[in-house]
Ligand binder design. Structure first.
Ligand code: KIV
Ligand code: ZN
Length: 562
């Protein structure tokens, strides 16, 4: 039977823009756009449970603390809660002097009048009106022709103008959105916007904000950018308008859409924290701002405490932030894969020693500390992890620097445990494994007593073999003694042990260091031994005395002989 497949023929490709010599692909962004948060309006109206007045106040205060200077606070003509919230902001004087609130309304007389009632007494307000202009909405929803739709915009604008003039409030500004702009013929959208600008009497001193929404994201971002460049080129008086973009994320490219739109000439960007908003959300301002930050551009918004922002957002909206969300997800500064862990830990070391302080760490586009996250969370261990990551965790959390030559041995231990449990291993668990695998072994050998001394006469004669070791080693029920001389405790112990046991081995690698820096710090020694029969083994010992730590490391390696 023939497979049916998905019916792609049902869909039509979005038209491209007839624009010659487009310039936006050669542009770059060197300055943050004007930001406007729509969390309290577009974000809120998309929530299964909209925010209460108290929650909206918390969200407003969060947005102010981040540094937003324009905040769309609601749709006050649409609901009592929205109206009450706007009144609360104004009456309780919660709006800082450098912040302008924005209120949305449809371009309908009674709603515009109610909106003016809501903002009465506010010093700085953007009254934002919209009507749908797309072919689809004209034909299917409103059943009005182009002229009729245009006159809704003109009438709405005239009324806002009149009410502003009557109020005598010079702090009232005006924004118009040809809603469903992405479904609107470009020349018609421009025609409507020209009519709105005329109705407002826009000029360079009294600019209209023309917000060109990607109400539904219908095309690749480059086509949207072409539309913005075309619009900016063809507008009659560019100085009399601020071009604003408001991208939704239906195709998952809202951030790219807004970024390319800014390259194409947009002055202002509307969006919401973590991309909250209708359907697939609004453009995520956190991502766009931190994208700029990562390129060395001041985002003019403060995301230095993302965990707090995420928390307030969760509380107010009852929405989650995905663990893989750019910059903000709980797992985005964590590497599980061995090669990533290794590269990150090397990159972080190189960064600590660098002179210019420039960030250049593999796999981490920004320094997690810049957004309030910790290094400790960067490397986490599961069965995908490698030796570098395991070593990094012990080093960071416990000051144990396993030498490179021993890292594969311990990584194998950790990997086996991760495979066995199928779970992530915490730093505590990894530290326990290290002790369990090397430090606490008691079979077959236990070091019972150990005395290290120096022969005065040998020292006087400058005899290299001046160290004397006297140990008692228990093996099962027997005890035997190791008495020998050597050029140091390790050498003496090996000589003595080989003499009294059936084992013939030598030290192939050795390393030691203090754990911590206090006077009473412990020391840790690492050993690799090789037997004449070809077997090799690794061991580690910890003691307050470094010589004893070394002897313990040898006994550990002997206990781990295969
Ligand atoms: O997405 C949209 O078109 C809007 C308008 C009201 C600006 O939210
Ligand atoms: Zn929207």
């Amino acid at each position: 039977m023939k497979k049916k497949g998905m019916n792609y023929r049902k869909y039509t490709a979005y038209p491209t823009v007839d624009i010659a010599g487009r310039t936006w692909p050669d542009k770059t962004i060197t300055k943050a756009p004007m930001w406007c948060s729509v969390d309290l309006r577009d974000g809120n109206q998309a929530l299964p449970v909209p925010m209460s007045v108290d929650e909206k106040v918390s969200m407003f205060q969060l947005l102010v603390s981040i540094g937003f200077k324009e905040i769309e606070v609601g749709f006050p003509s649409a609901s009592a809660t929205e109206f009450a919230f706007v009144r609360r902001l104004i009456e309780q004087k919660l709006i800082p002097e450098d912040v302008t609130i924005q209120v949305l309304t449809q371009a309908r007389e009674h709603l515009i009048r109610k909106t003016f009632d809501a903002v009465h007494g506010a010093d700085r307000v953007i009254v934002h009106i919209y009507n749908s202009t797309s072919r689809q909405q004209r034909d299917v929803v409103f059943r009005k022709n182009k002229e009729e739709i245009k006159s809704i915009a003109i009438e709405g604008t005239r009324l806002v103008r009149r009410l502003k003039d009557e109020s005598g409030n010079a702090g009232i500004r005006f924004e118009y959105s040809p809603e469903s702009f992405t479904g609107t013929e470009l020349d018609y959208a421009l025609d409507v916007c020209h009519a709105v600008m005329d109705a407002w009497g826009a000029n360079a001193e009294d600019k209209v904000i023309l917000n060109l929404p990607s109400t539904v994201e219908m095309s690749r971002p480059n086509i949207y950018a072409d539309r913005i460049e075309w619009f900016c080129r063809n507008i009659n008086d560019r100085q009399a308008a601020l071009i604003s973009v408001h991208a939704h994320n239906d195709r998952g490219t809202a951030v790219a859409t807004a970024e390319l739109a800014v390259m194409a000439g947009a002055d202002r960007v509307e969006g919401a924290l973590f991309g909250n908003g209708e359907r697939c959300g609004n453009m995520d301002i956190v991502t766009m701002a931190l994208n700029l930050f990562s390129q060395g551009v001041d985002p003019e918004l403060d995301f230095s405490d993302l965990p707090r922002i995420r928390e307030v957002y969760r509380k107010c909206t009852r929405m989650d932030v995905h663990a893989r969300h750019p910059y903000a997800g709980e797992l985005v500064y964590t590497a599980f894969s061995g090669s990533h862990q290794d590269a990150i830990s090397k990159g972080l070391k190189a960064h600590q020693g660098s002179d210019d302080g420039k960030w250049d760490v593999p796999y981490l586009p920004i320094d997690p500390q810049d957004v309030g996250c910790n290094y400790e969370a960067i490397v986490r261990i599961n069965s995908q992890s490698g030796k570098g990551g395991v070593a990094y965790v012990l080093e960071q959390d416990y000051g144990i620097h396993i030498p490179k030559w021993m890292q594969p041995d311990f990584a194998e231990v950790v990997q086996a445990e991760a495979d066995r449990t199928g779970e992530e291993l915490s730093p505590e668990r990894i530290h326990d494994l290290f002790h369990h695998e090397y430090v606490k072994l008691t079979e077959p050998f236990i070091l019972k007593k150990c005395h290290i001394s120096w022969d005065d006469e040998d020292l006087e004669r400058n005899d290299e073999e001046a160290t004397i070791i006297t140990c008692t080693v228990q093996m099962k029920d027997q005890e035997f003694h190791v008495d020998a001389k050597g050029n140091g405790p390790v050498d003496a112990f090996v000589k003595g042990f080989v003499e009294v046991s059936a084992l013939d081995f030598s030290i192939e690698n050795y390393a030691e260091h203090a754990i911590g820096s206090s006077a009473g710090a412990l020391a840790v020694a690492y050993i690799r031994i090789g037997c004449t029969d070809g077997r090799i083994s690794y061991g580690a010992g910890i003691d307050s005395n470094i010589s004893l730590a070394s002897i313990k490391a040898i006994v550990s390696a002997l206990n781990r002989l295969p």
